[in-house]
Design a protein around this ligand. Sequence first.
Ligand code: URA
Length: 230
Amino acid sequence: MRLDKFICKSSTLNIQQAREVIDAGLVIVNDQVADKPNAQVHENNTITLNGQPLRARPFRYLMLHKPASTVCSNIDEAYPSVFSALSIPDSDELHIAGRMDADTTGLVLATDDGRWSFNIIRPNQLCPKVYQVRLRDAVTSSTAESFKSGLLLQGETKPTLPATLEILSPRDVRLTITEGRYHQVKRMFAAVGNRVNSLHREQIGHVNLDIPEGQWRKLSSAEVSPWTVD
Ligand code: URA
């Protein structure tokens, strides 16, 4: 882990303040004054700030089951924050990997590890997201074909990447997409003249939603590790 990030994890300093204390020569790594914020350090190094030993707090990785009428934000907006609805300790330290609309329910991943969440949301990762969708109109087989070959969303010039549509009943489908464009699912159905009446995310990558609405749990190390990099 980078030294400046390690300092953030093990103190109350933010990244800017961490760099300032490094510049001021206040950080010692294994008996040497540290001068590079990007130096790689490990938990077994001896690291002090102003002579006080620093020990990194472990990152947190959580699954949330988001109820409708909540926002994927740390603060209340037009609707209450998803965190306030779920009462998670120190939730102001967490951020969400892949936001959803206020009316969308289901799986949300939250963490304080920015590197981990970036590995989930970065475009070339092609992380599959699986949604259950209820539609206004019965779905046609040509919709599945359009989604498979990619289609242009209104106002965009690049077609969507191939998406998989499984028809569960005339108005209920399961859609798997590997991108995270703004309102992507709603805009994909709008592009074929249909409309999303309700939207629920049930899976992100290898992580399946398995808790009731309004609850949260820690992810297991098997769930966390595929997106962890040094
Ligand atoms: N696509 C949408 O349109 N909305 C969401 O909340 C998630 C994906």
